[in-house]
Design a protein around this ligand. Structure first.
Ligand SMILES: Nc1nc2c(ncn2[C@@H]2O[C@H](COP(=O)(O)OP(=O)(O)OP(=O)(O)O)[C@@H](O)[C@H]2O)c(=O)[nH]1
Ligand SMILES: [Mg+2]
Length: 654
């Protein structure tokens, strides 16, 4: 037996239940019954230390117990002239195996009983559970069974057939012993034949207890009659050997052990023929159909696992997309004045001397004030169109708190709810991936109406709305979150809002890098009026920024809109800078402003996005995200390993 095959079987048995537990698929009963078959019927029998189990069987008084005693080297089984002496099965187990409790327990698995040692031969003459004796002298890896006859009784009611059937089920091979008076008995061979079709085809040795006067030729002929009765046309393939045990009164008188002689005489001795049996190969033939079935079921489990894993991937994507959208929600207002004032300060430090002079004289102030006047009306239109919400820069802190409360409340509701609902554009790679997962799940689940996940589409299919049920793998995390007091979650997030308003040192460093970058490009921008640069100082008072998630152009032609493409992975995110074009801002200046505001707003968003996301994760989503990620990672690897083990097992089936 390939150890790899045995290991693969063990691996399957250990890992499929684990997979089912992680991904919560399949009924517990299904998995339990599968494990039971693998554990009881396959694993023990394929283990390299599992002995060959040979059942001595035949009609009453045919000499089964006599042979059993001879082969196990002692006189345990009761022997007598009255047919039907043995009412129980007796195991002869090599000493080394008795010491391994596991093997003994596995041996009697088909009997659904435990195996007790024989104390007195008389115990065998009354019906009951199987018993065993220790074999100290015979082959180390052979277990022999003495079985009750299966032909005592009358009118088709046979006393021992059930227990005999169990004994035969527990065996790899049969040693069928017959006599001249029953070799032609169809009832007996029919029973054997039925046994064979019922429990898988066991091969057998035929032992003919025969008169010494019979020639080998006659012995063989009679034996082939028996074999034909048992196996039909397949007799030759299934015979392990024919042996004759010549009638001898010294055997009956217990003066001599029964002697088996090969027919034809040049054949191997019985014991060496027994020893040369390829037990694992035999078992594969016997259990091949069980193994095929077990693998087919495993295939089914794996299919369920793959579906569940896809559902979990989809859930995680939806969950993280929702979180990212609520982070945006929390950052709906951009504190243009703070950021721009800070940037202007950094900028001014590096201003050329003549600009510094201009600023001191105040000659550049007039222009931005006009901008301010025009901005108010434009902003009002935007609010009315409900697409972009200009920030009231003076009230930024209050706005941000409101945004945070809204975002945290909505995110929390989704995080503990039965379903994630999220919309997104197919231009977003994550949304595209989600859409592909949904398609794959549809195929896997068949063409019927799929309840979960559900997708609605709009805008020529570009914008999709997903409804994804909470995956069972994260239910415990969800319960944990539900147990926490929402108000304290909210409080802990709000307590950090100062950090969100601040412009921390690392952001200042980024702004400085930006300023340097702009300066380095000053050559290209030389034509731009110097008033533009100077106006940076006061411009922010007039500028409000918000953004929307949309595939369309939410603002139309009016105003300066800065497209923050590629930021946060969402292609269609616009930062809208509410500077109306009705002012005297020159076309060139306007373009310049766009070029400059984009990166500055981008720097702010990047910093704040990370910060808000961190806050949300710490207080709400980290557990779920971690659990989902760990489960995905662990089960993906596990599924691959299981596939590998299944391939190894499948190779064993011819
Ligand atoms: N003369 C002779 N008698 C034998 C030989 N082998 C067995 N016997 C006798 O045949 C009788 C039946 O033998 P058992 O070994 O008890 O037969 P069994 O098949 O175990 O019988 P049950 O357990 O009753 O089904 C006993 O009296 C044995 O001594 C033999 O080779 N020659
Ligand atoms: Mg007997």
């Amino acid at each position: 037996m390939e150890p790899a095959f045995y290991d693969a079987l063990i691996h399957l048995k250990d890992n499929i239940p684990g997979l089912a537990k992680s991904l919560k698929f399949g009924g517990d009963a299904d998995i339990a019954s599968w494990i039971n078959i693998v554990e009881a019927k396959l694993i023990p029998r394929f283990s390299s230390d599992f002995p060959i189990v040979a059942a001595i069987c035949g009609g009453g008084s045919s000499g089964k117990s006599t042979l059993f005693n001879a082969l196990s080297g002692e006189r345990f089984a009761p022997i007598g002239g009255r047919a039907g002496m043995n009412r129980r099965v007796l195991f002869s187990v090599p000493k080394t195996l008795v010491e391994q409790n596991r093997v003994v327990a596995d041996l009697v698995e088909p009997f659904k009983a435990d195996l007790q040692p024989l104390k007195d031969s008389d115990e065998l003459t009354t019906p009951g559970n199987p018993l065993y004796v220790i074999n100290r002298s015979g082959p180390k890896d052979l277990v022999l069974l003495d079985t009750p006859d299966f032909d005592t009784g009358a009118r088709g009611e046979y006393a021992n057939r059930d227990v005999t059937r169990m004994a035969l089920e527990a065996s790899d091979i049969f040693i069928y012993i017959f006599t001249n008076s029953n070799y032609n008995n169809r009832d007996n061979t029919d029973f054997m034949s039925r046994m064979l079709t019922g429990i898988g085809k066991r091969k057998c040795f035929l032992i003919y207890r025969v008169y010494p006067s019979f020639s080998d030729q006659e012995v063989r002929e009679h034996a082939m009659t028996v074999a034909g009765g048992i196996y039909g046309d397949d007799a030759e393939d299934n015979l392990l050997g024919i042996y004759r045990a010549d009638e001898d009164n010294r055997v009956a008188a217990a003066e001599q052990a029964i002697r088996l002689q090969p027919v034809p005489a040049k054949g191997p001795e019985f014991i060496s023929a027994l020893a040369s049996i390829d037990a694992p190969g035999l078992r594969l033939e016997l259990h091949g159909s069980i193994l095929t079935d077990v693998l087919k079921k495993a295939e089914g489990f794996l299919g369920n696992a793959a579906r569940s894993l896809d559902e979990l991937r989809l859930y995680l994507d939806a969950f993280q997309t929702v979180q990212s959208q609520f982070v945006h929600e929390a950052l709906k207002h951009f504190p243009m004045d703070r950021v721009m004032k800070r940037f202007a300060k950094i900028w001014a430090k590096t201003d050329p001397a003549h600009i510094k002079f201009m600023r001191k004289t105040g000659s550049v102030i007039g222009f931005p004030l006009k901008v301010l006047a025009g901005a108010a009306g434009w902003a009002k239109d935007q609010v009315a169109s409900n697409k972009a919400v200009p920030a009231d820069s003076g009230n930024f802190q209050k706005k941000m708190e409101e945004d945070l409360v809204t975002a945290v409340t909505s995110l929390h509701a989704q995080a503990i709810g039965p379903q994630i609902t999220v919309s997104g554009s197919l231009n977003d790679p994550v949304v595209k991936r989600m859409s592909d997962l949904v398609d794959r799940l549809r195929v896997q689940k068949g063409n019927g109406a799929v309840q979960n996940p559900r997708v609605e589409s709009a805008d020529q299919d570009q914008v999709l709305r997903f409804f994804v049920d909470t995956h069972p793998a994260v239910l415990s995390e969800q319960a944990h979150l539900r147990d926490q007091d929402f108000r304290s979650i909210l409080q802990s997030i709000l307590s950090q809002k100062e950090d969100l308003v601040d412009i921390p040192q690392d952001m200042v460093a980024d702004l400085r890098d930006l300023a340097e970058h702009f300066r380095s490009k000053m050559g290209v921008w030389a034509k731009i009026s110097e008033t533009f640069w100077a106006s940076l100082n006061v411009l922010p008072a007039a500028a409000a920024v918000t953004y929307v998630l949309s595939t369309g152009d939410p603002v139309g032609a009016a105003g300066i809109k800065i497209k923050l493409t590629g930021l946060f992975g969402a292609k269609d995110l616009y930062a809208l800078v509410a500077i109306p074009v009705t002012t005297q801002l020159k076309k060139a200046d306007q373009q310049q402003l766009e070029t400059m505001l984009g990166p500055i707003a981008g720097a702010w968003f990047n910093h704040k996005f990370k910060k808000v996301q961190q806050l949300f994760e710490q207080s709400i989503t980290a557990g779920t995200i971690r659990t989902a990620n760990d489960t995905i990672e662990g089960t993906t690897a596990r599924i691959d390993e299981i596939k590998n083990s299944m391939d190894i097992c499948a190779k064993e089936i011819k």
